[in-house]
Design a protein around this ligand. Structure first.
Ligand SMILES: Nc1ncnc2c1ncn2[C@@H]1O[C@H](COP(=O)(O)OP(=O)(O)OP(=O)(O)O)[C@@H](O)[C@H]1O
Ligand SMILES: [Mg+2]
Length: 493
């Protein structure tokens, strides 16, 4: 495997010490071995359990240092030119002042020599004393080409097995490869093996399960498998049409055609009118995994923690791309970005988020939802951040009919069979939200159940008449929102 260009250049240009952040020892070692071969240098690897391989002979009469990590560094300093050292899992020792001193000595000794020290570990531990001596490099996860070659190897291995179906259409092949992005090479190999054993084929569902694990471990994001469907959403024709046109926007074909990856949408609107529901339906419609970003959970109590959290959330999302990042009730987290109370933390987190939205190239589609526009910072709404801002208003007549039908059918009551007149129900529910219509249906079912019979039109009407929709109680607020949105957002229907 060729080393990432950056690492190769750094070694060639004699940077003394590199720190590679990666879980993947095997890939990193293979890549470094490749560079060592090209440059005709000897690669020495070290780990706490294996020691230095091959060992570097010490001068006559110099005894080995009893501490294994210090001895490793001593060998690095003793060694001749024409060497590369790869010390694995070295981060736990980086706090030891003796280790720090030896690394500084090594930096001094190795500078401008054909000798490189590479530290690697899954996390970055870099004491400030060493910042100037060490160059930190990320080792990218396998890209589409790497994954394709693992897939081909896996196909070769099982192609003679009659019980396994490894024929893949071009489209499925692309989906499988895409789904593996964000996994390490070992994870990809295991997930293919598991998929073959479990499903007798290469199965995207198995791969997505593996990804779910990764996200759970990260803590700030929550994983939603593609679940609801657009058929569960009543009305919103404009949104549905918009989505429909973009169903294939995440494919390579779309890229070749010159279409950029969609960035995201902002769904504004009245409470209970289906913002969250629509977000989930989009993910299902596009068959992409969805990650819910808990905006409140980003803000940690320790200094610097919130910034680290948002960065971590972004990298995790990018590592599972293509996916949907769902920032529900955005205004709750980013409200008051101008306030001075939190010494600018909110503003910094928000700035990181905005920059990412602007510059992101990874196919992460952002769906943000909000009720209260006055709490949203105006920068967020500038053209170019979102592909579209949709305003989801209270459902209109026809939409309310659809919503009644959806919720009755969901509870196995086909309106036709029960002689329910949807049109009359819709007429009586002007000003009701989708959530309120759902509540009416449930309450009517409860009434019927209590009286030991099935649901009738009268039950529904009684419940409608007994409820006061939020749009009546919060008339002014809603009208203000509507006026605002009228000028700035596209209506959802
Ligand atoms: N257009 C709709 N079609 C079908 N069901 C709907 C619709 N709108 C709302 N509902 C029902 O109401 C429930 C609540 O809606 P949802 O949580 O999506 O609203 P929301 O706009 O996110 O509200 P909030 O601002 O309170 O978060 C949904 O789970 C769904 O059952
Ligand atoms: Mg919601």
């Amino acid at each position: 495997m060729p080393a990432p260009k950056e690492i190769e250049i750094l070694i060639r240009s004699k940077y003394p010490i590199l720190y590679i952040v990666s879980w993947e020892e095997r890939r990193v070692q293979d890549a470094i071995q490749g560079v060592a071969n090209d440059l005709k240098r000897t690669l020495h690897t070290w780990s706490y359990t294996q020691g230095m391989k091959p060992p570097v002979p010490r001068a006559e009469g110099v005894a080995a240092v009893p501490d294994a990590t210090l001895e490793a560094l001593a060998q690095v300093i003793t060694a001749q030119e024409g060497t590369i050292f790869l010390l694995k899992d070295f981060h736990p020792y980086m706090k030891d002042p003796r280790v720090i001193r030896l690394i500084r000595d090594a930096a001094y000794k190795l500078r401008s020599r054909a000798q490189t020290l590479i530290l690697m570990g899954p996390t970055l531990v870099l004491p400030p004393d060493l910042e100037k001596d060490i160059t930190v490099v990320d080792f990218p996860l396998p890209d589409a080409k790497d994954i394709a070659s693992v897939l081909d190897t896996a196909i070769q291995e099982v192609k003679d097995n009659p019980k396994v179906d490894v024929t893949l259409s071009d489209e499925t092949r692309e989906t499988i490869i895409k789904s593996c992005q964000g996994l390490t090479m070992d994870e990809i190999e295991s997930v293919f093996a598991r998929s073959i054993v479990e499903s007798k084929k290469f199965d995207q569902a198995v791969i997505l399960e593996e990804k779910e694990q990764i996200i759970r471990k990260s803590g700030i994001l929550e994983y939603y498998p593609p679940n609801n469907s657009l058929a569960d959403v009543g009305g919103m024709e404009n949104i549905k049409e918009w989505l429909d046109q973009r169903t294939t926007s995440f494919t390579d074909k779309a890229r070749e055609f010159g279409i950029p990856v969609p960035k995201g949408v902002l769904l504004l609107g009245v409470q209970g009118c289906g913002k969250s529901l629509t977000a989930k339906a989009i993910a299902a419609n596009w068959k992409l995994p969805m990650l819910k970003l808990d905006v409140g959970r980003i803000f940690g109590s320790l200094v610097g923690q919130s910034e680290e959290n948002i960065r971590k959330a972004i990298t995790t999302a990018e590592s599972v791309a293509p996916c949907i990042l769902w920032a529900d009730e955005l205004e709750k987290g980013f409200a008051g970005t101008s306030s001075v109370g939190d010494s600018g933390t909110t503003a910094r987190v928000f700035a990181t988020f905005l920059t990412w939205m602007q510059d992101k190239t990874a196919p992460v589609f952002l769906i943000a939802t909000a009720n209260d526009v006055s709490a949203l910072p105006p920068e967020l709404l500038r053209k170019g951040r979102f592909d579209e801002i949709f305003f989801i208003d209270l459902p209109k007549d026809k939409e309310r009919e659809q919503i009644f039908e959806i919720h009755l059918k969901k509870r196995k009551r086909d309106p036709k069979h029960f002689k329910l007149k949807l049109k009359a129900l819709a007429e009586k529910t002007d000003g009701f939200s989708g959530a309120e219509i759902e509540t009416v249906v449930i309450a009517a079912l409860q009434r019927a159940f209590h009286e030991n019979r099935d649901i009738t039109q009268a039950d529904l009407i009684t419940e409608i008449e007994a409820s006061v929709p939020l749009s009546v109680m919060m008339k002014e607020d809603m009208e203000a929102l509507r006026d605002w949105a009228h000028l700035r957002a596209r209506p959802a229907s």
